[in-house]
Design a protein around this ligand. Structure first.
Ligand code: COA
Length: 317
């Protein structure tokens, strides 16, 4: 089975509170908290790049795994906010870490990107050509924010999370996964940066209510599918680690699975929506707080632009 042997995360220290937004935008703390659950989001300064956040998170993951950069055989970065289109943020991060010559590439799967990365990394490990694969979910998405759009600016934050994967017979690891996507609904949530948009028109665009409606359905479906693929019932779960985009979406997913609130990890209040970083950022906090224990059944589930959605059921250890 493919196992996570080390996991780490990083968020830049500077953060913006809801009250900070009140000073330059027609919004207020009450609106943001009641609609989304967000109180703070961490923001990377201009000189700190996506690859810098990724490097910090990966260093911590390597430290937790007891490995050195030279042990890594492949780097996969899931991000919607790369440093540059080429080289990939995976290549830049590998160089910053001192990993040396290994295959490196980015994947674009929005918020579920880290879970897509787990599936891709697992598949590549099974070729037998690699021993340790580094999968990173990272965003410096606040660099693309249109600060005049109150419907999106308050929701997103920066961060990174990284996992080292290997295949062994410990009995711990990724029990089941599920990836899905539907490009027909792509218009509802976009980062408008690329050949379709002239320079200077960058921004995150979202039709919030429609995204919300889809997210509620697909997060629940993804959760249930991963459980079914592993032959597991929701009651057997120790943790649900949902993508942190909106507290009400998290709550709807919890209800769909019939889980008590204490089995659902929530840190959206501190970080906002960090897209591909959201799940490993939450898992890192759970490790720090001693909440993730050996043998725990952990279900990670996510939804995002594309639309894409995904889940991974992990027996932690
Ligand atoms: N402060 C104050 N008012 C705001 C605001 C803000 N930051 N942002 C939007 N509004 C206003 C809008 O202008 C609109 O006003 P109007 O009705 O006068 O036109 C109103 O609030 C929208 O309210 P409503 O539609 O009830 O908001 P909502 O309950 O749908 O909440 C979101 C908005 C964005 C929080 C919510 O739709 C959401 O979280 N959607 C999913 C987002 C998501 O998960 N995205 C990422 C997926 S990875």
């Amino acid at each position: 089975m493919v196992r996570i042997v080390g996991l780490g995360a990083y968020a830049p220290p500077d953060r913006l509170s809801n009250r900070d937004f009140e000073r330059f935008m027609d919004t207020n703390d009450e609106w943001i908290r009641s609609r989304s659950g967000i109180r703070y989001r961490h923001i990377s300064p201009p000189e700190v790049l996506t690859s810098d956040l990724a490097t910090e998170a990966a260093s911590k993951a390597l430290m937790r795994a007891g490995l050195s950069p030279k042990d890594v055989d492949m780097v996969i970065v899931a991000t919607s906010s790369p440093d540059t289109l080429t080289p990939s943020t995976a290549c830049v991060t590998a160089a910053k870490l001192g990993i040396g010559k290994v295959p490196c590439f980015d994947i674009s799967a929005a918020c579920p990107g880290f879970l897509y990365g787990l599936e891709i990394g697992s598949g590549l490990l099974r070729t037998g050509n690699y021993r340790y694969v580094l999968v990173i979910g990272v965003e410096a998405g606040t660099k693309f924010i249109d600060w005049s759009d109150r419907g999106t600016a308050v929701l997103f934050g920066d961060g990174a999370g990284a996992a080292i994967l290997t295949e062994d017979d410990s009995g711990y690891g990724i029990l089941s996964t599920y990836l899905q996507g539907d490009g027909r609904l792509g218009e509802l949530l976009k980062i408008e940066v690329g050949t379709a948009y002239p320079p200077g028109s960058w921004g995150v665009r979202m039709r919030g209510r429609e995204v919300f409606r889809n997210a509620v359905v697909q997060m629940g479906d993804a959760a249930i599918t991963a459980l079914r693929r592993a032959g597991m019932e929701p009651e057997e779960l120790d943790w649900l680690v949902p993508h942190q985009a909106n507290l009400r979406i998290i709550e709807a997913t919890r209800e769909r699975l019939g889980l008590p609130p204490e089995k659902v990890y929530v840190n959206i209040q501190e970080y906002g929506n960090t897209s591909a970083a959201s799940i490993p950022l939450a898992m890192d906090e759970m490790i720090e707080r001693g909440l993730l224990k050996e043998g725990h059944n952990v279900l990670a589930v996510s939804f995002g632009a594309g639309f894409t959605w995904a889940s991974a059921l992990i027996r932690w250890g």
